[in-house]
Write a new protein. Structure first.
Lengths: 438, 438
């Protein structure tokens, strides 16, 4: 790798030139090593916000990030290795039932998840509300656990893609977060470091998502698919609606309960629909089902026979958690208090705002404003009325699970404004918006 | 001043919103105090490179910079206080004869200059090639010296506009230099901190200037004039050509010699033209001449009677320099060696490239690549043929004054490519391009 001048590279990017793979690899390496100053990287990142990145730049940048630290080696695992990533939403606990379902179908799922920040929850936080459950699994244990259980539910380790951690922290503090190429490369570098054969992306669109428009979400999905393609990893993306929360339970323990319902063959219809759709994509990418119909049958089979729930119980036990939680012979800790929110008029729910409800759960103590905030796993909101539902004044809209009166007082104003009720019937917009990929 | 969130301000600027005067003042104050990180300021600066600044933003930003440190107080000086600033070029020693001419006409000239960097020379470096001459004059001595001599030839002190020093260093290292509003506010904050009644700007355009096109230079001049207006300081700008060097002598002592020639009523015609034009503007801004004709007569008078030269001698002596240099009874140190560059064909000089010649002088040791490089004041280039001149093969194009064979070898290739000779006569483009301001 040649030596470059960071100021010259910033100026060229600023002026709209394309940087070479060697130059971009040098930037990532030199920033990770501390040779490039933060104030140089942040101004380069702002230039990227304005100028974007070509497919060539994006591929080189992501590869360099992905190789900035340790990479998981799953070459000993003969099964096809498929993971799923969601761009984050409210009530989005899909990974938790999805991973055991797909693993039960004979696919290896080396799933690495993140923590919640802002109004979106994080799979790791939800899993850790199961007593004893640990997610800090070193990369060298990955293959062994995957061979034994076909499933690992892990957090990002410190040694994996350190460039992304450093760049993300800098973007957060320098106003350079909203850039499709930077978001795409951040997600894809971490996922591709898992040594996958295929990846399914759930790109959320709407008030409770980071992408507010279908246009933006489509660009992000296409950009991530292009990175997957350039790395040689089959990648399929679904755009799904996130204007209202997914499912009926939002909050960490509440979402584990709903996930177990799904694994038992129950649960809310939107959760069932997304979980099944993504499971089918994962089976098709893995090549373990010859077509979508066969994949759907296989998914139904592992749920109906209890194999998916067994898989989850196995992994909970293998990662230190209490399997009695999965069996329902023991319950997760609950919040000490409940408060019911009622409809103020008759009509049809026209809006059940994901962002307001997500922020309300943060105010209840169930999410984080800063990365090192401690969360209360028990609090949250259980929805009784979602978009399209007919309600009569006084009907329950939601039950709030809370720990302190102060937290409830802080969350209530957000929740009281989260629902709109229309006198006319409402057509529920589709949950699955579009599909991008091969 | 309210407390603000720097990340929020960066995001708003990035997205094209206008920041308020209070917000911009807070940014400058908090960056100067270290509360805002460099990596936040550099990403804000890059957003400004892309988004520009409104007149309102620019005024507030410049005022905040100007008040970031000490400000010169010239309220005791009853004479009108007028300064001139050039955006920098090659062979541009105009300030040195101009300031004493204007001071001799009854105007107070509190001139603060900078050092050379890159291919452009700096007035301070040129003045310091006079043995003993000092330019580090504390702001509190300004008024006294100005009352006594009507002229101060000073450098920027550390306490004046510290925000500009910090921001300029960051811009230089983060690829955020070429932004018209940032350049304009940097220049104007320093000039307006001199407590002026009027300011004349010489905005250079062409190969040897920072602004390469008339369009860019016009935008810069208009932006600086708008800042002057919003501060209440009458500001006039001239756009002048900088495709070839100004005058015939380039290099520190060489330029002092040419400056003294001008003060004696001699010197190259382009130097005479610019010096006279800017002097007339300064006299008109000061209100000491009723019109341009009267101003020209006054300028001619102080040169022809030796009053301008006397003024320069006074100030040289007052600032520790040897007045015998001004009288010509003692000469400045000369470079040990000379090398003559000859024309290779007959014809007319169509190009005498300012940038190449400026860079050649840097390679001879007469300029700086880094801010703390030590310069050799004796070296430089004396031009014998400029654009439009008829030459015969073998005629002298220039004499190179050099100290070491290595420096000459490094500078020669640049100089050999600096001239073009055309078989057809060349029309010399105008030196004065346009005038902006009241």
């Amino acid at each position: 790798m040649a030596q470059h001048s960071i100021v010259e590279l910033i100026c060229r990017k600023r002026d709209g030139a394309e940087l070479s793979p060697d130059e971009l690899a040098w930037v990532i390496k030199s920033f990770t090593s501390g040779e490039i100053e933060k104030y140089q990287m942040s101004s380069l990142l702002m230039a990227i916000v304005f100028r974007g990145m070509t497919d060539g730049e994006l591929g080189a940048w992501t590869e360099a990030m992905l190789h900035s630290g340790e990479v998981v080696d799953l070459s000993d695992v003969a099964l096809p290795k498929i993971d799923k990533h969601s761009t984050g939403g409210v009530g989005d606990k899909v990974s938790i039932p999805l991973a055991p379902i797909v693993a039960a179908c004979g696919v290896a799922v080396p799933m690495m998840s993140g923590r919640g920040l802002g109004h979106t929850g994080g799979t790791l936080d939800k899993l850790e509300s199961i007593p004893g459950f640990f997610t800090n699994i070193p990369p060298e244990d990955f293959a062994k656990r995957l061979l034994e259980h076909q499933l690992v539910l892990a957090g990002q380790t410190e040694t994996l893609v350190p460039a992304d951690k450093a760049i993300y922290a800098l973007r957060d503090a320098s106003g350079t977060v909203p850039s499709i190429p930077l978001i795409a490369s951040s997600i894809m570098s971490k996922k591709l470091a898992e040594d996958l054969d295929g990846l399914v992306l759930d790109v959320k669109v709407g008030s409770g998502a980071f992408m507010k428009t279908v246009d933006e979400a489509t660009r992000l999905a296409e950009t991530m698919a292009a990175i997957g393609r350039s790395h040689g990893t089959a990648t399929v993306a679904h755009l799904t609606a996130m204007d209202q929360p997914l499912g009926t339970r939002i909050g960490n323990t509440l979402e584990i309960e709903e996930s177990i319902e799904i694994l038992r063959g129950g649960g809310p219809s939107d959760m069932i629909e997304i979980t099944r759709t993504l499971a089918v994509e994962m089976l098709l990418l893995a090549g373990v089902a010859r077509d979508a119909d066969a994949a759907i049958s296989r998914v139904r089979h592992v749920v109906n026979t209890g194999q998916a729930l067994d898989k989850f119980r196995d992994v909970v036990a293998a990662q230190g958690g209490d399997p009695a939680i999965v069996d329902g012979t023991r319950h997760l800790a609950a919040a000490p208090h409940k408060h019911t929110l009622h409809a103020r008029s008759d009509g049809y729910v026209s809006r059940c705002d994901a962002l307001s409800i997500g922020m309300a759960v943060v105010r209840l103590g169930g999410g984080r404003v800063k990365a090192n905030d401690v969360i209360d796993p028990t609090v949250g909101v259980v929805l009784a009325a979602k978009v399209g539902d007919a309600v009569t004044g006084g009907d329950e809209l939601a039950t709030i699970h809370y720990s302190t009166a102060e937290a409830l007082a802080s969350a209530l104003p957000l929740l009281e404004r989260a629902w709109s009720i229309s006198p006319d019937p409402i057509e529920v917009p589709p949950l699955l918006i579009s599909r991008i990929g091969r």
